[in-house]
Design a protein around this ligand. Structure first.
Ligand code: BGC
Length: 423
């Protein structure tokens, strides 16, 4: 993986944190590993689970690992488990859940609580693919995110004439106008996962079939075809709208640049909205949310799900069940997602108290699900297993940083994915 010095420092810090505070689960507490550390939004979201557990008589040992996208958290989790000291529970994304589920004896079975709360009837099928393994429930989803969003500063958009872009060409026109108006057109943080989040959207905008065959089926023809070259060319075009200091910038700093009007827009999952709302901004008045032009009606999704690590301790087992039940309760699903910017991972809840972007997200999910247009996000671990995801990360970030041309990126991607298939 393309790792900057900045990222390395963050990973080392994460490790230090783990070992300094290495902790063995106590009888009255759950120890929870996650990466939701953004002040205000993510911290409040995870706080709503913590306070619901407190009402159920369960204490909370927090194990937050800094690093957007969850990469550092996954690394620390691996170290904890191989050191024989797994946490009670950890938040994971997509194929990382499947990997742990395949690890003999690692995860607790949540079938009885799933049955009691009718998870099969309320969790979107696209998420159940990851919550279940070999027919058994192994994870409880706490949110439903989509990554194909653009968050636009309303005044900055108005200053360009106010037309919301609905095609690639219109997006480029707005970005050019923002540049002419003297602001950074595209706010961006130079980390592989953030670059990949933009790439998800570009990919989907080139067609559902293309996204499906290249990213989910890993078909070499699609991976090496003309649309792939176009995708890299569009990435290179977007690179021209980013400021010089983007390298290593955290995603939530970028959100502040957009809310402050320093940058015009950000292409990012809806956790960005949690930060925008927490800054006291209002949808439609201060900012506009749109689906990345060309992806209207379709969704690239990801979802944080909690797995429980198997324990011999009966009290720990009981608390794990209670925690799973709390995660899937309407109350926690509502409070968590209101702060996080996402929507509930249950399809039976009303969207009435969500802001207009949240209501749109709930409608979009129902529609995309009915139309068969829900696709797992490659950036956030739901399109293909980790070994393929890291290849795409490497190539996309190297290309974005000018280390290869679009033609070289396409070639490298096809060759590395074909090599990985042979392993
Ligand atoms: C996660 C979100 C998180 C974001 C930033 C995504 O991969 O699904 O829950 O807010 O990364 O860390």
């Amino acid at each position: 993986m393309h790792i900057t010095i900045y990222t390395k420092v963050k990973v080392i810090a994460a490790f230090l944190l783990t070992y300094l505070f290495s902790y063995t689960a106590a009888a009255d507490k759950v120890e929870v590993l996650h990466w939701w550390t953004s002040k205000g939004s993510e911290e409040k979201a995870i706080g709503s689970l913590k306070s619901d557990l407190a009402k159920r008589g369960i204490g909370w040992q927090d194990m937050p690992i800094v690093g957007g996208g969850g990469g550092n958290s996954t690394t620390v989790l691996r170290a904890r488990v191989s050191g024989g000291n797994p946490p009670t529970s950890a938040a994971l994304l997509g194929y990382a859940i499947t990997d742990w589920a395949k690890t003999e004896g690692a995860l607790a079975n949540l079938n009885d609580i799933a049955e009691k709360q009718n998870w099969a009837g309320i969790i979107p099928k696209a998420l159940q693919k990851f919550s279940k393994h070999n027919g058994n429930w192994v994870a409880a989803p706490i949110d439903f995110h989509s990554t194909n969003w653009v968050w636009i500063n309303k005044s900055a958009l108005d200053a360009t004439g106010g037309k919301v872009p609905s095609t690639w060409e219109e997006l480029v026109t707005v970005l050019d106008a923002m540049k002419a108006n003297g602001i950074i057109p595209l706010g961006h943080g130079g980390e592989a996962w953030q670059e990949m989040t933009i790439f998800d959207s570009i990919f989907l905008s080139l067609g559902d079939d293309f996204y499906q065959s290249a990213f989910i089926d890993l078909d070499p023809k699609a991976l090496g075809g003309a649309k792939m070259l176009e995708a890299f060319n569009r990435m290179a075009k977007l690179r021209t709208y980013v400021d010089d200091d983007f390298s290593g910038r955290d995603w939530n700093i970028v959100v502040s640049m957009v809310t402050d009007g320093k940058a015009g827009m950000q292409i990012m999952g809806d956790w960005a909205k949690g930060v925008i709302l927490n800054a006291g901004k209002e949808a439609d008045k201060d900012f506009v949310c749109i689906r990345f032009p060309g992806t209207q009606g379709a969704i690239t999704f990801n979802s944080g799900q909690f797995v429980m690590f198997k324990s011999d301790n009966a009290e720990q087992q009981a608390m794990q069940k209670e925690m799973a039940s709390s995660i899937m309760s309407e109350k926690v699903q509502f409070n968590f997602n209101i702060h996080k910017g996402s929507i509930p991972a249950r399809t039976d809840m009303s969207g009435d108290n969500f802001d207009s972007c949240g209501q749109k997200a709930i409608k979009d999910l129902a529609q995309a699900d009915a139309d068969g247009r829900l696709y797992g996000s490659m950036a956030h671990g739901h399109a293909a297993p980790g070994e393929y995801q890291s290849i795409v990360y490497d190539v996309v970030t190297a290309h974005f940083n000018g280390e290869m041309t679009s033609e070289e990126a396409v070639e490298e991607l096809v060759a590395s994915i074909e090599d990985a298939k042979k392993l």
